[in-house]
Design a protein around this ligand. Structure first.
Ligand code: IPD
Length: 265
């Protein structure tokens, strides 16, 4: 079994390689390959190609590890390590040419089930900005060579928050009601469009907090580790469902409790 730092180094290398591939594909033009859970939930040819690249590189470097990817699903491994991968988080931004998308790669122990897995390492790479956020369990969170720290608490002006609205139109009214509940804590709210970057920005102190319903494991596996390694907290409902889909909240220590309470309602 490798150390978290060794897994982190591999996640970084593959995220860079895959992100550069995605960036070049973007320049050539985006082809929508299919829609998934809803018409708004798209998958591009690049999503599939990038996931194939990541999966192939991981299999070469670490045969026997498990894999859970947004586009190709789960494969149980034999080593106790599972890689949880979003090849292009922020696919809609990618398709529209908004430079906020990321390759997100995490290594976790055991079954990739929220509340049961332990995240060991993660990398979130935005090839459009060139920023690579990474963390290893017990080793801190980093943006390139700079150590990251969450904001301990918001300024008196209120918290700069981010959220998202998922693809299922039936859930949007509830999402908007949640925004209304947290608004008294906020100075403003961002909708960046890539959950992994929302987590990374909380870790970097660019946001005070982030909350969203409906995330999948590949949306938060690497990002949540960034936040906890930067001194923040992540959570949702006490009886968090296995995929963590009902609610995810991430924030620094001063904001986490009030934000969680307001977001839960
Ligand atoms: C989506 C993005 C978005 C979030 C959605 C995710 P995808 O991931 O992270 O910000 O609001 O819930 O599904 O589909 O672009 O990989």
């Amino acid at each position: 079994m490798s150390t978290p730092a060794q897994l982190e180094a591999l996640a970084i290398a593959i995220a860079r390689e895959a992100g550069e591939f995605a960036r070049l594909r973007r320049i050539e033009g985006v082809a929508i390959a299919a829609t998934k859970s809803a018409l708004a939930d798209i998958v591009t040819e690049a999503d599939r190609e990038v996931e194939a690249l990541v999966r192939r590189r991981l299999a070469e470097e670490r045969p026997g590890d498990g894999f859970l990817g947004e586009e190709t699903g789960a494969e149980t491994g034999s080593t106790g390590v599972t890689w949880v991968v979003d090849p292009i988080d922020g696919t809609v931004n990618y398709a529209y040419g908004i430079p906020s998308y990321a390759v997100s790669i995490a290594a976790v122990t055991g079954e990739p089930v929220v509340g049961e897995w332990d995240a060991l390492a993660g990398a979130v790479f935005n090839p459009a900005s060139g920023e690579l956020f990474h963390a290893a369990s017990g080793e801190g969170a980093w943006l390139d060579g700079m150590r990251l720290a969450v904001n301990p608490e918001p300024t008196p002006a209120g918290a700069l928050l981010a959220t998202g609205f998922g693809y299922d139109a039936a859930t949007h009214a509830g999402d908007i009601a949640r925004v209304a509940r947290v608004m008294p804590l906020a100075r403003d709210v961002r909708r960046i469009g890539a959950a992994s970057l929302d987590f990374a920005f909380v870790a970097a102190g660019r946001l005070d907090g982030y909350f969203e319903r409906g995330l999948h494991p590949w949306d938060h596996a690497a990002g949540a580790l960034l936040v906890t390694e930067a001194g923040g907290f992540v959570g949702g409902y006490d009886d968090l469902d296995v995929w963590g889909r009902r609610l995810f909240v991430a924030a620094g220590p001063g904001l986490y409790g009030p934000l969680l309470q307001a977001a839960r309602g």
